[in-house]
Structures are given as C-alpha cells and as structure tokens.
Ligand binder design. Structure first.
Ligand SMILES: *Cc1c(COP(=O)(O)O)cnc(C)c1O
Length: 382
C-alpha cells in the first residue's frame, strides 16, 4: 500500500531528545525550545514565537489574547479544520462562515465585507495547502473596520505572500498566527504547534496565558521576585523533549522543502494532460502566493466520480483521501447556521482529493499514482 502520509525522520531526533533528557530540564522552555524560537524569529523575522503543544492550542491562545467575549463575531472560511472554529467557539464567539473562491479553496476576500457587522471582532484566514490568502485585501478590510487578523498557518510553514514585489512569510502578516507540527505537516514533532505574535501589545500577556495565567516567564528572567496568578490561562507549552525533536527537523527544513517541491512538481507534470483535457482541475498558485508543497490535490468532476476514484486507487494499493467537510454543514453547526449557501466551499468538500504526499515518496510511486489516475479517466471517458 502507498500510504497517504508517512512521517519523515531526519536522523537527529533521538540524539537531541537524549541531550534534552541529559540536560535535566525536560519541562517547557528549556534549551531546545529556545533554539526553536530563535530559529523562527531569525529565519522569518517573526516578532515573537512561542511553541505550544498544538496549533489548536495556539489558536485557543489567540482567541484569549484578542479578548473574545460572548456574542463577538469571528469571520472565517467554512472550508477548514474544526480547530480554526472551536478555538473561538470555546470563548463564546459566533462563527460567521465565508465561502471559498470558485477555483481556490481559500477564503474569498471579496465575500468578507458583506459579513462584517458592529459585533465583528476578527477575521481568521486559513492558508490552505500552504498557499497564501489574498492578504492585502484582507488587511485593508481589517484596518477599515478595526478588526484583528489571525492567520491559521497550520499548513503554511516556509511559504510567502507576495505584495508589491516583496515576499512576506505567511505567519508574519496578521496580528497573530498559529502553526502546526502535527505529523501530517511539512515539519513535525508528532503533536506540536507555535503561536506567532506580530503585534507587540500581545507579547507579555501571551507568555502569561501560556504559563497557566502566571507571570512565571518574567520570574525566570529575573524581572519579578516572585510569581503568581495574574490572569486566565492554561498549560499551552510543550516539554523540551518535543522541542528537541522539532529542532532536528528545523535544521533540515531547506532539504525537506526542496524534496517536497520536487514531489509536487512531479505530480503536476504527471497529471497536467488530464487538466488540459478538462477531466480534472489541478491546484493553482495565485500570483500573490508561493507554493510550500504541503499537499497535492486534484479536483474531480463531482462527489460520485471522486468516490469511484478513491475506491479504484485503494484497489490498486494507493491511499488517497478527501479533506474538509464544510463546517457550516457539520453535525455540530448545521442547526446554528443561518447564512447563505456556500457553494464553492461545498464544491471543494465534495470534489477535492489529496494524493499520497511525504518526503520519502519515490518517483516510481508518483508515476504509478499518476498512471492509475490516467487509466481511471481513460476507462471512464472513451
Ligand atoms: C492541522 C491543522 C490544524 C490543527 O493542528 P494541530 O497541531 O493538530 O492542532 C488547524 N488548522 C489547520 C488548517 C490544519 O491544517
């Protein structure tokens, strides 16, 4: 079976974990956590980075930091993972779902303004497949209506937004951003995440919320002589053992990214004749986006065709998987949803198919997957 995902190990993970253990400081914010923070702050110019135990946690921290109150409205795409919404629902927010573009799963920047009301507090963007949302338009709206912008950058490590000739790293544009190092992402630590703080006003409070609502971080820096309970919070920081694993991955980030882009390009080359013949659609990299090769997907004609193709691939030992079910139609949310139909979102829910994608996927296996997909369309479209 060609699996859908296979976590890649660089080889240094266990060595660094051993070092972390020998340091005898295996709780949070040890040597490796600091190395990871420095890595991101210097490579991407993020103002402040804080490792968390997941991207979900980083999003929950973001919701606390922007002080979401009962009844506040938060606009986000419906085509996303549950954590994007849950983090704000937990604080009492009403989620206002926006549609995707017709030809791109990201939030349609032109669909946002009509959803803004006096209760709107934030726009949460999700850079799907690691490809940027149209951030200039979104930032302009946020400035006009004084809203916070939070980037769910779970899939978006080492990807950029191109604006007026400059490349801005995803995660550096909103007030806050959340990354994931879950084993299905480009850079992994099993479970893991990171909050990025680009607006200085949030830095001090973020450290407190992450440390159970205490000013312990300040205490360890010698800035206060005792620490105590000063705010709400939780335990959002990971053990240094997790950070040690992550650091081994970060040291290999460029090699991992180079390899993943080769895989992405091989799929694209292997399948483009099917797109030319209008049998499937392939991902489009917008002029303002870069591609970090987080995933490779195709868009089938309809749900039925996708289901048949998944079965066909499975029969041939290839595991391809669909992705998000529209959140506004989820069992939890559907009875609460009062907005318009989100047809583009539903379309991607029904038609998008993700192909096996991982560092060690061989060229032979990529060719095999492409051949199988071509055979499928040959036999069903004579
Ligand atoms: C993976 C993912 C998450 C959740 O990340 P965790 O680290 O597993 O909490 C959130 N949002 C998006 C868009 C994701 O792809």
């Amino acid at each position: 079976m060609i699996p859908f995902n296979k976590p890649y190990l660089t080889g240094k993970e266990t060595e660094y974990i051993r070092q972390a253990v020998e340091n005898k400081k295996i709780s949070g914010d040890g040597v490796f956590t600091k190395k990871c923070h420095q890595f991101f702050e210097s490579k991407y110019g993020f103002k402040k980075c804080l490792l968390t135990t997941s991207c979900t946690d980083a999003l929950e921290m973001a919701a606390i930091l922007i002080d979401i109150q009962e009844g506040d409205e938060v606009i986000m795409p419906s085509f996303t993972f549950v954590s994007t919404a849950n983090a704000f629902v937990l604080r009492g927010a009403n989620i206002i779902f926006a549609d995707s573009y017709f030809d791109n799963p990201n939030i349609d920047a032109d669909a946002i303004e009509q959803l803004i009301t006096p209760k709107t507090k934030a726009i949460v963007v999700v850079h799907y497949a690691g490809m940027a949302c149209d951030m200039d338009k979104i930032i302009e709206l946020a400035n006009k209506y004084k809203l916070f912008v939070i980037e769910d950058a779970a899939q978006a490590i080492d990807s950029f937004y191109i604006s007026k000739g400059t490349k801005k790293p995803l995660g550096s544009i909103g007030h806050l951003a959340a990354f994931s190092f879950h084993e299905t992402k480009n850079i992994i630590s099993g479970e893991g995440g990171m909050l990025v703080i680009n607006d200085e006003r949030f830095i001090e409070r973020a450290e407190i919320i992450r440390e159970k609502g205490t000013n312990r971080s300040k205490f360890f820096r010698g800035e206060v002589d005792k620490y105590g309970w000063v705010d709400i919070g939780s335990s959002f920081l990971p053990s240094d053992i997790i950070a040690a694993f992550l650091y081994a991955q970060l040291e290999n980030l460029d090699a991992i990214q180079t390899k993943r882009k080769e895989i992405w390009n091989s799929y694209f080359e292997g399948l483009k004749t099917l797109e030319e013949r209008k049998l499937i659609e392939l991902p489009k990299v917008q002029i303002y986006a870069t591609n970090n090769a987080h995933m490779f997907y195709i868009v089938c004609k309809d749900l039925e065709e996708r289901t048949t193709l998944i079965d066909y691939l499975k029969l041939n030992q290839v595991n391809a998987v669909f992705h998000y079910l529209s959140l506004h139609k989820s069992p939890y949310f559907q009875s609460k949803y009062i907005g318009d139909n989100l047809t583009n979102c539903d379309n991607f829910s029904d038609r998008l198919l993700r192909l096996p994608f991982y560092y060690e996927l061989s060229q032979d296996h990529i060719s095999l997957v492409c051949t199988l997909i071509k055979e499928f369309y040959e036999s069903s479209n004579q």
